[in-house]
Design a protein around this ligand. Structure first.
Ligand SMILES: Cc1cc2nc3c(=O)[nH]c(=O)nc-3n(C[C@H](O)[C@H](O)[C@H](O)COP(=O)(O)OP(=O)(O)OC[C@H]3O[C@@H](n4cnc5c(N)ncnc54)[C@H](O)[C@@H]3O)c2cc1C
Length: 313
């Protein structure tokens, strides 16, 4: 599969998310792969599988070891798109594309697996490595998205600045209005910050590997999605109803930007991961119990104050 994929002859899709389980927590999956003789039999329901309708194969994450530790329960399988029992049911309408033309590239599909049979050669990596491989794949995938977001935000920024130089209202061009100048300055600062943070995360991946760069990748994932949205939003505002119209690309960029806060894991999960990793570097003083925390400190401060007063002549 790999050589034709790299040569651009094959397209792939990746099926993890399920409609009936929280995709934000991939340890909850219910799609199963059960051993039957020399084969695996897969059953399950997936959705929002990008490009499933036009892919040549699908990488499916399924539970192979339900009793294992929760990060070791799943495995990944490479399944040809025409395998009997694998049905791409529909292209899902979305904010980005409310009425997708059936079976077009770039759509997000609902997929059903009914007794799909594959042999061991379909197993990607080792049995039980499903979560691990997903983490490995999603790290570089996320930074790739951030690079595209920088490009999109820069395009919106250029459009905003250009428009500001010639649109005339209330006695001056928009570029002379303080609010618009703030839009421009804030956007420039944010894009620059995102660019440098993305470069830093990329450097960290190169130098120390994806696992070591986890925090940096999570940071740019939620920060980048917000910058993308905010810059496009400002550019659209500066264009008035022209920005809102489908005559310019801004409205479709704006709709596509909304998805960035969900795919590759919702913002909240990445924020939580960043906070968790930072908090590891801090610990509560051993003698400080939570219930006594504030009163103990207040009492200590009062004692110090009393001592200070006593020392005064
Ligand atoms: C455009 C697009 C393309 C996609 N492509 C693919 C694809 O190719 N393959 C694939 O497998 N999936 C794909 N997805 C699915 C995507 O990865 C999931 O939608 C995402 O992981 C969230 O899962 P969910 O939709 O089940 O939401 P849920 O898991 O139900 O989460 C819903 C909300 O709950 C909140 N939440 C969840 N966990 C926490 C937490 N720990 N703390 C605080 N709040 C929390 C968040 O606000 C979150 O948005 C795609 C989605 C989109 C929008």
């Amino acid at each position: 599969w790999r050589e034709p994929l790299l040569a651009g002859e094959y397209y792939s899709s990746f099926a993890l998310t399920e409609p009936d389980n929280a995709g934000a927590d991939p340890t909850n999956l219910t799609t199963t792969a059960v051993r039957d003789g020399d084969e695996w039999v897969l059953n399950g329901h997936k959705w929002f599988i990008s490009n499933a309708a036009t892919a040549d194969f699908m990488i499916v994450v399924a539970v192979t070891d339900p009793d294992a530790e929760r990060h070791r329960r799943t495995s990944q399988f490479i399944i040809p798109i025409d395998a009997p029992g694998l049905d791409v049911v529909r292209d899902i309408g979305s904010v980005e594309n409310p009425r997708p033309r059936p079976y077009t590239y770039g759509s997000h599909c609902e997929v059903v697996l009914r007794d799909v049979r594959v042999d061991d050669s379909a197993l990607l990596g080792n049995r039980g490595d499903g979560f691990l491989i997903a983490q490995k794949r999603l790290g570089p995938g996320r930074i790739h998205h951030c690079m595209r977001w920088i490009g999109q935000a820069s395009r919106a920024f250029d459009m905003m600045c250009e428009r500001a130089t010639y649109r005339y209202a209330h006695g001056s061009v928009l570029a002379d209005k303080q609010t618009v100048r703030n839009f421009i300055a804030d956007s420039a600062a944010e894009i620059q910050a995102l660019r440098l943070m993305t470069l830093h995360a990329a450097w960290r991946i190169d130098e120390e590997g994806t696992a070591a760069a986890r925090k940096d990748i999570a940071l740019i994932k939620f920060f980048g999605a917000k910058i993308l949205h905010d810059v496009i939003d400002r550019a659209l505002q500066v264009h008035g109803s022209l920005g809102y119209s489908a005559d310019l690309p801004l409205e479709s960029m704006y709709r596509a930007a909304r998805a960035a806060r969900l795919y590759d894991g919702p913002d909240e999960v990445h924020r939580d991961s960043v906070a968790r990793q930072y908090l590891k570097g801090y610990s509560r003083p051993a003698d400080d119990r939570p219930t006594e925390h504030i009163p103990t400190r207040r009492a200590a401060a009062q004692r110090r104050f009393a001592d200070l007063l006593a020392e005064q002549p």
